[in-house]
Write a protein that binds this ligand. Structure first.
Ligand code: ADP
Length: 380
């Protein structure tokens, strides 16, 4: 038999097909004619104008919340939804292979395996994003490919993991110190009054640190889980800042720092008095902790509909590259210094969460002359 279809062969096939379609028995077309038919139908499927005629699956894919595509047995995208199309450079995925669309060899391999019948789920890094890929082989040999952007979820999981690791690490140090001091006392030091006193002091100091850590951790978790119900009522920040300054004044005076508030009484913001007090205490205490000499000042300024409260100090300032991360949990410029000062590394994270819960913003400016932490809230 020749490789090229002869006219008579073709004419015979056409006649047989006509007969079949008008009710006759099934036509025997011969291998070449069948192959020709398959190729023609593939060309038709790949033809963009054919793809424009929405196949029935299109509606189904359009209803899915993920980027979704049906991959043909030959490995190219036959139907896709709008979300999937945005992955393709020219905005149309149909007719292209997953490799051509995503440049991911890993995805391409997984699709190949799915075409052989193996369902798979995998996390895929595409540029800066992470996608959860679901590959499901379908009955007629095609594969349903679903891509869900899980970048934010994966980032949140990583943050949570880091947080747990950091918190455990922070807790371990004072626990170990308390344990060592107790063991020393038990193994005899308790009999020697001078030594006993110094070990009990160690226990007290580290117990204090544990108390601060657990209390800050609890505050953070209460704010995050919204158990701490944040009110939105008028708060006189003039009065509040005076109370906070009075509270922290002994620490400041012990270091010969001057501390003052310039917030006029009657300056009112919308917020939660308890939350705002905590915010101011944290910022003013930091000012006092990190300033060697000079002044810590609380001030307020009206900016249209808002009031900007600020806590400024004449301390060493914070180097520029630390500023974007300074409000993160456990982020410290100098961990040793912070711990020495009784810091937990959570103060500013609590400030940020509370202010955001009140619908406000926080920020910091810092240079050689000192730091200025500010909080912007709606005026009441
Ligand atoms: P900490 O308990 O360590 O003070 P914070 O979250 O309150 O934790 O602050 C994070 C870090 O920011 C501190 O460890 C310190 O390095 C830096 N910092 C905060 N406030 C000031 C300030 N007023 N001046 C200089 N550095 C500061």
């Amino acid at each position: 038999m020749s490789a090229v279809l002869g006219r008579t062969q073709l004419a015979a096939a056409i006649r047989a097909l006509r007969a079949e379609l008008s009710g006759g028995s099934r036509a025997d077309l011969g291998r070449e004619v069948r192959e020709l038919a398959e190729l023609l139908s593939e060309r038709e499927l790949r033809n963009p104008s054919a793809l424009h005629r929405d196949p029935p699956e299109q509606e189904l894919l359009a209803a899915l919340p993920d980027a979704a595509a049906l991959v043909s047995r030959e490995g190219w995208v036959r139907v896709s939804n709008a979300a999937f199309d945005t992955l393709a450079a020219n905005g149309r995925a149909a007719g292209l292979t997953p490799l051509e669309i995503t440049r991911s060899a890993e995805l391409s391999d997984a699709v190949k395996r799915a075409l052989e019948g193996t369902a798979r789920r995998l996390d895929l890094t595409l540029g800066r994003n992470t996608s959860l890929v679901n590959l499901a082989p379908l009955l007629r040999g095609e594969v349903l490919l679903l891509l869900r952007d899980v970048t934010d979820a994966r980032r949140a999981e990583a943050t949570r993991r880091d947080f747990v690791a950091n918190a455990s690490h922070e807790l371990r140090t004072p626990v170990a110190a308390v344990r060592a001091a107790a063991e020393t006392l038990l193994s005899g030091a308790v009999e020697d009054p001078a030594a006993a006193r110094s070990f009990v002091e160690i226990v007290a100091r580290h117990a204090e640190r544990l108390a601060r850590l657990t209390s800050d951790l609890l505050d953070l978790s209460r704010i995050e889980s919204r158990q701490w119900q944040i009110e939105q009522s008028p708060v006189d920040v003039g009065l509040l800042s005076r109370q906070v300054v009075d509270l922290v004044a002994p620490e400041a005076h012990a270091k010969e720092l001057s501390i003052r508030t310039k917030v006029p009484e009657g300056t009112r913001v919308r917020g939660d008095a308890r939350a705002l007090e905590q915010v101011l205490v944290n910022l003013v205490e930091n000012g006092v902790k990190y300033t060697g000499e000079g002044t810590v000042t609380v001030d307020a300024e009206r900016e249209g509909e808002h009031v900007v409260l600020s806590v400024s100090d004449t301390g060493p300032g914070i180097e520029r590259h630390h500023l974007p991360r300074i409000f993160e949990r456990f982020y410290r410029v100098d961990a040793g210094r912070s711990r020495e000062q009784g810091g937990t590394g959570l103060g500013l994270a609590i400030v940020k969460h509370l202010v955001q819960a009140m619908g406000g913003e926080v920020g910091v400016e810092s240079g050689e002359g000192g730091s200025r932490f500010w909080v912007r809230l709606r005026a009441a």
